[in-house]
Design a protein around this ligand. Structure first.
Ligand SMILES: Nc1ncnc2c1ncn2[C@@H]1O[C@H](COP(=O)(O)OP(=O)(O)OP(=O)(O)O)[C@@H](O)[C@H]1O
Ligand SMILES: [Mg+2]
Length: 83
């Protein structure tokens, strides 16, 4: 992970060093042409959304456009542009 990405990502999240480093590897892999699917699961409130927001920030720092989709009850799936 680059120093810039490490400092901006770790300042927002505690005890997510492994996950953030893994995300960084996957982003670098995507830039190199090797895409992956990352599934984030866990109990309510554990930090899934926060981790994915950090992923989107890290992607943006690398010039990767991040898109997010969020389900709303009874309203299908909403897709919006990321940073
Ligand atoms: N690694 C972390 N360090 C510090 N605070 C965190 C961390 N992860 C999450 N939080 C905080 O915990 C709260 C819940 O996080 P978040 O909304 O990302 O959880 P979630 O797993 O997406 O929840 P839900 O299951 O309800 O969607 C938020 O206030 C967030 O800022
Ligand atoms: Mg969430």
């Amino acid at each position: 992970m680059s120093a810039r990405a490490t400092s901006s990502m770790s300042s927002a999240l505690l005890e997510r060093g492994y996950e953030l480093a893994r995300i960084d590897e996957l982003l670098e892999g995507a830039i190199a042409g090797s895409g992956h699917l990352l599934l984030v699961t866990g109990p309510a409130g554990i930090g899934k959304t926060s981790l994915l927001e950090a992923c989107a920030r890290s992607a943006g720092e690398r010039g990767i456009r991040a898109l997010a989709a969020r389900r709303r009850a009874g309203d299908g799936v909403v897709v919006r542009g990321g940073p």
